[in-house]
Design a protein around this ligand. Structure first.
Ligand code: MG
Length: 299
């Protein structure tokens, strides 16, 4: 049975028809935040309700990388290859130094505690951009139930100076984030407030020369489901989570095709020897599939 759904013919050239959708590991509660370490040939990902970060290596399978993880969610790497993590439980963004120690990147804004940082991306200038929805503090499932002190914004932090700015302030609940390959565009998923009937879509912003954002219109409405997290390939196509699998969206907003996954997908990342493998976190399992695409190459 094919697990590809080709909407536009070009998608047929993006997939490899005899490549399997592999279930790499299963038995988790809710997996998220995949990040590839090519230098260590491993994938890290969060099992959020289990309060741990897992490590998967070809041939060795899964081991615990960090527990407790402060209910870590999304991860990325900075320009020096260090792990940058969103932590629901500590309501902060942290960086893991090369010696293993943790540095707090941000835990408050204008004297108030962050909500529960969810997903994070690093721009080529070293600034760290993260979303701060309330999902990690509305119950004890993915963090600690506690009072919300700030609206749900997207922030930018310059770790060199400590300067922190709210970049998107009109979202319901910002979630996945990514830049286009040339960083002229910034994409942000809005997955809506918990227990509310908010719209769910991906928005696109223009990144201006002075670093501020313009535009912000609706780029694509994901259906079925939501775009929790996404990554871009080297041509700027968006590979996003959805309720029925992974959707591939062209830079002009058209749905090109789908990879159908048997569990609800939360996020994806490119990795493997040539960044040609898409790793997929989906509810209780992690999957992979080789593609005829490679992940975005940072300038
Ligand atoms: Mg997310």
């Amino acid at each position: 049975m094919s697990y590809f759904e080709i909407t536009e013919p070009v998608f047929g050239t993006y997939v490899i028809r005899n490549a399997r959708l592999k279930q790499l590991a299963t038995g988790f509660d809710w997996v998220e935040g995949p990040v590839w370490f090519g230098d260590a040939n491993c994938l890290l990902f969060s099992d959020i309700p289990s309060n741990r970060i897992m490590r998967w290596t070809p041939g060795e399978g899964v081991t615990v990388y960090r527990a407790p993880s402060n209910f870590a969610n999304g991860h990325t790497r900075d320009r020096e290859g260090r792990l940058v993590s969103c932590e629901h439980g500590a309501r902060r963004v942290s960086r893991t130094e090369h010696d293993g120690s943790l540095t707090v990147i941000a835990d408050s804004f204008q004297g108030k505690r962050l909500n529960s940082p969810n997903d994070v991306v690093v721009k080529s200038d070293g600034t760290i951009w993260f979303s701060d929805p309330h999902y990690g503090i509305v119950s004890n499932y993915e963090g600690h139930e506690s009072a919300q002190e700030l609206p749900c914004h997207v922030y930018r932090v310059d770790p060199a100076s400590g300067q922190m700015d709210a970049m998107v302030t009109d979202a319901a609940c910002p979630n996945g984030l990514a830049f286009s390959p040339d960083e002229s565009r910034f994409y942000m998923a809005d997955t809506g407030r918990r227990f509310c009937d908010d719209p769910t879509h991906i928005r696109v912003f223009d990144v201006k020369a002075d670093g501020s954002l313009g535009g912000g219109g609706i780029f694509h409405v994901v259906t079925p489901g939501k775009s929790d997290g996404f990554r871009l390939d080297s041509d700027g196509n968006i590979w996003t989570s959805a309720a029925d699998g992974v959707h591939c969206i062209a830079p002009d907003g058209r749905l090109l095709g789908k990879i159908l996954v048997p569990e609800l997908v939360s996020n994806v990342c490119f990795g493997g020897r040539a960044k040609h493998v898409l790793f997929i976190t989906a509810t209780t399992s992690v999957y992979s599939v080789a593609l005829n695409r490679i992940g975005v190459q940072r300038p």
